[in-house]
Design a protein around this ligand. Structure first.
Ligand SMILES: N[C@@H](CCC(=O)N[C@@H](CS)C(=O)NCC(=O)O)C(=O)O
Length: 328
């Protein structure tokens, strides 16, 4: 005998909402108002230092191709020409285990780890924090150097110039640092983490605040980019790379899955050309794995997309179109 629909709906809603809240609390810690609170990164050593001297092939980057934070490190590694000096290991998300897993035999197999949490535990026994990517690993002492992308990209920019194919490329020049730092602060809160603050919001108010702040920042950035090629003028810097990895995921994932749907990046006149400009820099397109982005976001963030269906669009052929920004 079928249940009366209203009872069925009420029961399903109660169970579903309770499960959703429980899973969201685990996946996305929030404050009392339901706003997402990203946990701080816990490993913040630098290279060069007395413990971690600069050296080629000693350090390894562990990345996930869908992850915007890991993507920053891949782009800086590529632009600097550090492919030989800093090898990478790619991990994939395991939807069932809720963590990153090593899917191919890797140089670190000798450590006997299959998942990122096991790997963090090797570096710090009993580690209870988030086992995030990207991770800069020291293969000599078998420990973590750094797991904060904002710091790893500074390390990659500075510490390995003796082995870099493009040592002359300085993405964090001293004279631009105050301006870069200012952009970073605004872009991190409103855009990089802003899209997560929309998608991981657990109340309407938290979502509305995040969404308003996100689009206010994007509107301002679009205006800035009307008269200059990059955020700090004519020179590409770390702040552009930090912005780019969010923008390239925007129409693909954040617009739909994270409800960042006031406008697409492709609707912005200047931001859309800016994305094409950076995408077309030598080596950058090869770091952009759109299938992995779709798979990792739509396929693995179960509380946001329980059916796991991965959308077919959008059409990104336009990324190869002329950007017309060189004259700015
Ligand atoms: N602050 C970190 C954040 C990195 C981060 O949140 N990475 C995500 C993937 S996009 C992750 O590994 N999450 C796994 C988890 O939180 O358990 C950074 O920028 O390096």
């Amino acid at each position: 005998m079928a249940l009366p629909p209203s009872l069925l709906i009420r029961t399903a809603k109660t169970i579903w909402t309770t499960l959703w809240r429980t899973m969201m609390a685990q996946m996305a810690p929030s404050d009392k108002g339901g706003a997402y609170q990203r946990p701080d990164s816990e490993f913040c050593d630098r290279i060069p230092s007395s413990t971690f001297p600069s050296d080629a092939q000693r350090y390894r980057l562990i990345v996930g191709m869908g992850c915007p934070w890991a993507h920053r490190t891949l782009i800086v590694r590529t632009l600097k020409g550090l492919d030989r000096a800093i090898p990478i290991t790619i991990v994939s998300p395991s939807g069932n285990e809720g963590c990153w897993v090593f899917d191919q035999p890797s140089a670190m197999d000798s450590l006997g780890c299959r998942t990122m949490p096991q790997f963090y535990d090797k570096a710090q026994s009993g580690y209870q924090g988030r086992a995030t990517v990207p991770l800069l690993w020291d293969t000599q002492t078998n420990t973590i150097v750094n797991n904060e992308s904002a710091e790893i990209i500074e390390i990659l920019n500075n510490a390995f110039n003796d082995w870099a194919t493009h040592p002359e490329m300085n993405l964090y020049p001293t004279e631009l640092q105050p301006e870069i730092d200012q952009w970073n602060k605004r872009i991190y809160h409103n855009v990089n983490n802003g899209v997560y603050r929309c998608g991981f919001a657990q109340t309407q108010t938290a979502y509305t605040t995040a969404c308003n702040e996100l689009f206010e920042a994007l509107d301002d950035i679009d205006t800035t980019l009307a008269s200059q090629r990059y955020l700090c003028g004519s020179q590409l810097t770390l702040t552009d790379i930090r912005l780019f990895t969010t923008l390239i995921r925007f129409d693909v994932a954040y617009y739909g899955l994270f409800k960042c749907n006031r406008r697409r990046i492709s609707d912005y006149e200047n931001l859309s050309g800016y994305v094409r400009d950076i995408y077309q820099l030598p080596g950058v397109a090869a770091t952009c794995d759109v299938d992995a982005i779709k798979r990792d976001y739509f396929g693995n963030l179960f509380p946001l997309n329980p059916g796991g269906i991965i959308p077919l669009g959008p059409d990104l052929a336009n990324l190869q179109a002329p950007h017309g920004r060189a004259s700015l």
